[in-house]
Design a binder for this molecule. Structure first.
Ligand SMILES: N[C@@H](CCC(=O)N[C@@H](CS)C(=O)NCC(=O)O)C(=O)O
Length: 481
């Protein structure tokens, strides 16, 4: 999602309006009551938990609430009301981030699904909800009904609210199913401040379809009158719906079986039968697993021995007789850069929507593979294969210096940012994967920001799952959890 920037410190600080607007008791209480009833004593997960407008009162009602949230600024506000022990939050994109455990209820309120600007991302969000739900669990969405019928022919804007000090209008792009909300707020001197937000509007029928797509594992999207009444939108003064998808126990089980069945036919990667790194996750299948985990795509792994990698069957897949390879239907790919880019292009979660930001993220992928990985790889070769050679003592510091030269510049560019260019992207996934190869060398130690950067990558739930899966191949034991 590319809305990271709009939920900044200033927005987060001014977000809460205790007792009024969306925080008014008559707005909040019925919604919280309804959500508590739907959780029915089970755990609840709020996608885009924000400052805890709903989560905090829901947790006060005794419901165990966890959150997923992209904006650290919003979570900082939530933390002034509830600590991590009471309401744990995973920082990440609600379309892909994974919170530990399973939940009776996943909910996504206040029109937030419309912040995902493509259908693919919205579907990924449904799929992510399904992944978190207990059998029989529920996914609740609160969303306004698009006001397209108010759009006069030939015009693309609707003013939906005017009151002293405030004008709100929406501009529609019906071809791309987008709407931009413009909020003009006037101060006492008549000076206006403008804030804007972009949305992908969705009709109830499309939500139902998303809920019924087998890939999302939701058995059937079902809207109910009670959900509609209990979750009125106050974003715009217009009618809204609550879209309630019930997941019957048979539904979710069938869904998971379905996914496993498709898995062998859809995405299969290759990995070492016995990784020479002893399961440290340094073999390059880990980065492909990580990318697949980030976007929530199931995959199968075919293990290959060193001998089999040089056989014609494998060489037909990978001309250089290496791992990993990637097969999806008729498509066979090799080279992790190409594979990760393919995954990122086809599924939401690894590349920003904005074309320039997307191009920059891809640039970082190339930088990781073309500029940073080669000297790191040379260093590995020198250490592994040349330690007994006469030139070893002279060559090692030279190769180390070439690595340091890259690290110095990368560290300077990263500065105190979390990721290389805004939100986490395939560029970071590739860069962290490459830097991880240096972990045991001690060379990263001189660059605390890079060490923290790698740590942030490793802490991502998707990385953890990828790491555990590759380790399980080595140990022969299934991943924990
Ligand atoms: N540039 C390739 C490198 C692939 C590669 O070096 N794979 C290693 C495992 S990490 C391999 O298969 N080594 C065995 C060999 O080359 O025989 C990529 O990124 O996919």
């Amino acid at each position: 999602m590319s809305h990271h920037d709009c939920w900044d410190d200033e927005t987060a600080r001014d977000y809460d309006t205790p007792g009024t607007g969306m925080f008014a008791p008559e707005v909040l209480e019925p919604a919280v009551d309804r959500l508590a009833a739907l959780a029915a004593g089970g755990r609840a997960l709020e996608f885009a938990i924000g400052t805890g407008r709903v989560a905090v009162p829901l947790s006060r009602k005794g419901v165990s609430v966890t959150g997923i949230e992209l904006s650290t600024a919003m979570v900082a506000q939530l933390r002034t009301k509830a600590d991590e022990a009471r309401i744990p939050v995973v920082i990440g994109d609600m379309a892909t981030a994974r919170a530990p455990g399973r939940f009776a209820l996943v909910y996504l309120v206040y029109n937030t699904i419309s912040n995902l600007l493509t259908q693919a991302e919205q579907v990924a969000c449904f799929r992510n909800a399904a992944r978190h739900l207990d059998p029989g669990g529920r996914f609740v969405i609160e969303l306004w009904v698009p006001e397209l019928r108010k759009l006069p022919p030939g015009q693309d804007a609707v003013v939906w609210q005017t009151e002293p000090g405030y004008v709100g209008l929406d501009t529609y792009d019906v071809l791309n199913q987008r709407v931009v909300s413009h909020h003009f707020r006037f101060d006492d001197d008549g000076q206006a401040a403008l804030t804007r937000s972009s949305h992908r509007y969705v009709w109830p029928t499309e939500l139902d379809l998303m809920g019924s797509w087998p890939a999302s594992s939701l058995r059937r999207g079902r809207r109910t009158g009670s959900a509609r009444r209990s979750l009125p939108s106050r974003v715009h003064t217009c009618p809204s719906i609550g879209c309630l998808a019930d997941l019957g126990p048979s539904g979710i089980r069938a869904g998971r079986r379905g996914r496993e069945r498709r898995l062998a036919m859809t995405i299969t990667i290759t990995a070492f039968e016995r990784s020479p790194d002893g399961g440290k996750g340094l073999a390059r299948d880990t980065r492909v697993r990580w990318a697949l985990e980030e976007v929530g795509q199931p995959y199968a792994v075919r293990l290959v021995s060193f001998a089999a990698m040089k056989e014609p069957a494998h060489l037909a897949l990978h001309p250089f007789g290496q791992i990993p390879t990637y097969q999806e239907g008729d498509l066979a790919l090799f080279e992790t850069g190409a594979i990760v880019l393919h995954i990122a292009e086809r599924h939401a979660g690894l590349l920003p929507d904005d074309p320039n930001a997307r191009a920059r993220a891809i640039t970082w992928m190339f930088a990781a593979l073309n500029t940073v990985e080669p000297p790191i790889f040379d260093l590995e070769i020198v250490r592994l294969l040349e330690s007994g050679k006469s030139w070893f003592e002279a060559r090692l510091p030279l190769v180390e210096d070439r690595v340091r030269d890259r690290l110095v510049r990368l560290s300077a560019r990263l500065g105190d940012a979390d990721w290389l260019d805004g939100a986490f992207s395939a560029g970071d996934l590739m860069m962290v994967s490459v830097l991880l190869r240096l972990k045991s060398s001690g060379l990263l130690d001189g660059y605390p920001n890079l060490t923290a950067y790698v740590g942030r990558g490793e802490a991502r739930p998707a990385y953890q799952r990828a790491f555990a899966a590759q380790l399980a191949v080595y140990t022969g034991k299934p991943p924990a959890g």
